[in-house]
Design a protein around this ligand. Structure first.
Ligand SMILES: *[C@@H]1O[C@H](CO)[C@@H](O)[C@H](O)[C@H]1NC(C)=O
Ligand SMILES: *[C@@H]1O[C@H](CO)[C@@H](O)[C@H](O)[C@H]1NC(C)=O
Ligand SMILES: *[C@@H]1O[C@H](CO)[C@@H](O)[C@H](O)[C@H]1NC(C)=O
Ligand SMILES: *[C@@H]1O[C@H](CO)[C@@H](O)[C@H](O)[C@H]1NC(C)=O
Ligand SMILES: *[C@@H]1O[C@H](CO)[C@@H](O)[C@H](O)[C@H]1NC(C)=O
Ligand SMILES: *[C@@H]1O[C@H](CO)[C@@H](O)[C@H](O)[C@H]1NC(C)=O
Ligand SMILES: *[C@@H]1O[C@H](CO)[C@@H](O)[C@H](O)[C@H]1NC(C)=O
Ligand SMILES: *[C@@H]1O[C@H](CO)[C@@H](O)[C@H](O)[C@H]1NC(C)=O
Ligand SMILES: *[C@@H]1O[C@H](CO)[C@@H](O)[C@H](O)[C@H]1NC(C)=O
Ligand SMILES: *[C@@H]1O[C@H](CO)[C@@H](O)[C@H](O)[C@H]1NC(C)=O
Ligand SMILES: [Zn+2]
Length: 422
């Protein structure tokens, strides 16, 4: 398998340099029936459901908005090369447009018997591959790859992020964020996006920053070059199909990224967003206690006022996933808002004007009065160009001014949230 893959890449290496430039335009061939500046989420039961324990029931999206042929996509929740997706003309054209002779020759990692990454034999002191899972490294050891983002540069700033959506029964949580005027970076799983496209549409409609969280949520360093490329590619395509937007940012599941994976992400213009605080909220009541996660939240809230973030901010790992994680968020967000100067999405805290490839300007710029940040914040890779970094102009209004037919059931949501707080 490895040898065949290498032989194939060697065979196309001769022509690769001629067509390599095409890889960066891959997103232009994606299609979507959704205008991200004018989204109307159809009102069906599951776009209004506020029961976080409700299991989603498949619905047929309106074909005027979303047309999905399962035969043209990887199998849901399986590695994105499944269903023959590594052999389509479209995928092979992309694959062959990349000059794999330049890819770092880094070992594909393995999992141990418990499903954990096996770091045996890896030199964590030298950390030659900037392997986050081994060392939490975020600064690549090789050039020409996008450096990870892992903390908002501004002091006392909470970078708000939620992983693993979308999900059709999380509307009360989205209503709550809306009520509090909070925008988050939402890292969506491709398989969830094609299952629950209205959820993804709502994310954009509400003004959240949408980014990729891969197709099937694997430990990416354990996947071959071809699999890694497919995990990225089909997620990009899915998010575009559902929302009209193609992300420039992604978050590695489990934080698992090394310079090989970064290099492949960079071929698609993607930059990794890690975190510097991890609530472990997913583990509450699963592998740890709710109290333990509450303590993490409490500590991170204290850090907002005790000087920990006097010179720079954070990005915090939290999840939509389930009622427990959403309840913890709803309970703690008021305290977070009090303790920090600002609670904002990652596109905003990095002044990223174009978090997508499309012409969709990000208007939630930082409050101009908080202009003290050091100039040392680096925005790497595709976002380094001046045109992608917002000037401190006073911009107003949210990016989504479109019609809104999704009725935010605020009364019901308040009741629900009140129940959560008990
Ligand atoms: C927005 O969408 C609605 C319905 O989907 C359509 O009637 C309207 O013309 C659109 N507006 C613009 C400015 O595209
Ligand atoms: C596609 O993936 C399958 C299963 O992993 C593999 O057998 C096949 O060789 C791959 N095709 C190409 C063109 O790499
Ligand atoms: C990649 O590294 C392996 C050892 O880890 C080596 O056997 C192989 O020859 C290298 N391939 C290339 C193309 O350098
Ligand atoms: C701030 O609070 C955190 C969490 O309680 C603690 O770990 C840290 O040591 C505190 N820092 C300072 C400077 O007091
Ligand atoms: C959606 O979320 C609910 C609870 O929040 C969970 O039980 C369910 O498994 C999720 N469904 C999917 C497909 O992620
Ligand atoms: C959601 O979690 C809260 C807090 O743990 C709990 O009180 C409530 O009963 C849960 N709701 C559902 C529908 O599971
Ligand atoms: C911007 O800063 C001003 C002055 O500190 C404050 O009143 C206002 O609420 C801030 N706005 C936002 C959106 O943070
Ligand atoms: C973002 O813009 C603000 C002013 O609008 C500026 O103070 C800050 O340094 C910028 N931050 C970054 C990371 O570029
Ligand atoms: C902002 O700048 C002023 C003047 O340069 C300085 O005294 C102050 O400490 C800075 N504040 C922060 C939070 O960097
Ligand atoms: C922003 O919103 C306000 C209130 O809805 C409106 O009056 C104003 O014209 C809007 N500004 C822009 C630039 O769209
Ligand atoms: Zn995840």
């Amino acid at each position: 398998m490895q040898i065949r893959t290498f032989a194939l890449s060697a065979a196309i290496a001769q022509v690769a340099t001629l067509v390599a430039a095409d890889a960066s335009a891959y997103w232009k061939s994606f299609t979507s029936q959704v205008d991200p500046k004018n989204i109307t989420v159809p009102s069906i039961e599951q776009t209004a459901s506020i029961d976080p324990a409700q299991e989603c029931v498949y619905y047929n999206p309106e074909t005027s908005l979303f047309t999905f042929k399962a035969s043209e996509w990887p199998s849901i929740w399986e590695v994105a090369t499944t269903n023959g997706m590594n052999e389509t003309t479209e995928f092979l054209n992309l694959y062959n447009s990349i000059d794999w002779t330049k890819a770092p020759n880094i070992t594909v990692r393995t999992l141990d018997g418990d499903g954990n990454l096996d770091t045996t034999g890896y030199d964590s002191t030298k950390d030659p591959d900037c392997w986050w899972s081994a060392t939490t490294c975020t600064t690549p050891k090789i050039s020409d790859v996008n450096e990870d983002i892992s903390r908002c540069p501004e002091p006392e700033t909470w970078g708000l992020t939620y992983d693993d959506g979308p999900n059709c029964s999380h509307n009360a949580f989205y209503d709550y964020l809306q009520e509090k005027k909070l925008k988050a970076s939402m890292f969506y799983i491709g398989s969830n996006v094609v299952d629950w496209p209205y959820g993804a549409m709502r994310g954009v409609l509400d003004g959240h920053h949408i980014a990729s969280h891969t197709w099937s949520h694997p430990q990416m360093t354990t996947k071959t070059n071809q699999e890694v490329l497919a995990e990225f590619y089909y997620t990009q395509k899915a998010i575009k199909l559902a929302t009209g937007l193609t992300p420039r940012y992604w978050r590695p599941p489990y934080g698992d990224v090394d310079d090989r994976v970064r290099w492949i992400a960079s071929q698609l213009g993607l930059t990794a967003v890690i975190w510097n605080l991890d609530t472990d909220d997913w583990s509450a009541g699963v592998t740890t206690t709710v109290e333990a996660v509450e303590q993490s939240y409490a500590d991170f809230i204290t850090m907002g006022t005790n000087g920990t973030f006097a010179n720079s901010g954070n990005i915090v790992l939290t999840h939509e996933i389930n009622n427990e994680t959403m309840s913890l968020a709803v309970e703690n967000l008021p305290k977070i808002i009090s303790a920090y100067k600002q609670v904002i999405d990652v596109a905003t805290c990095y002044n990223i004007s174009y978090p997508y490839f499309e012409d969709f300007e990000w208007t939630n710029v930082l409050n101009g009065t908080k202009s003290n940040a050091s100039g040392s914040a680096t925005i790497s890779g595709s976002d380094a160009s001046a045109s992608n970094v917002a000037t401190p102009a006073a911009k107003v209004n949210a990016s989504t001014s479109g019609a809104m037919s999704l009725i935010p059931n605020l009364v019901m949501a308040s009741v629900f949230i009140a129940a959560l707080l008990l």
